[in-house]
Structure formats: C-alpha cells, structure tokens
Write a protein that binds this ligand. Sequence first.
Ligand SMILES: [Zn+2]
Length: 71
Amino acid sequence: MYYPKPYNIGDIVETKKEHPCGSKQWEVIRVGADFKIKCLGCGRIVMLPRPQFEKSVKKLIKSAENNENKE
Ligand SMILES: [Zn+2]
C-alpha cells in the first residue's frame, strides 16, 4: 500500500536510474511541492515535482533525522 514518506532536507536517497555521471545517490536539499536534489557524484542540482521525485527514488539511504527512523 502506498503512503507518502516524510523526506527531510539532508536525507540521502538512491534513485532507480543512475545519473549520467554514474552516481545513484542524491542529497535532498529542498522539500515541498517541488523537491531539489543534489547529485553526490557530480554535484548537479535537479528540481522536480514531488510525485516525480517519489517515483524515481528507490530507497532512503540515510535519514537526516536520526531519532525518527521509520520504515
Ligand atoms: Zn551526477
């Protein structure tokens, strides 16, 4: 069942598709209706609407909030 996950600024996520630079890991730098993520491989920043972001994310690698680690 689908439910929206709470993403926070500073989270590290892995995307299903890799960036042309070869990295699949991104840091969330802005949340809201639009998300901004920064590629950890090359530093490129991409902005995309939340539904698209959630679709492209495979998993949360590291949560910025340590005390709130819910699956
Ligand atoms: Zn990249």
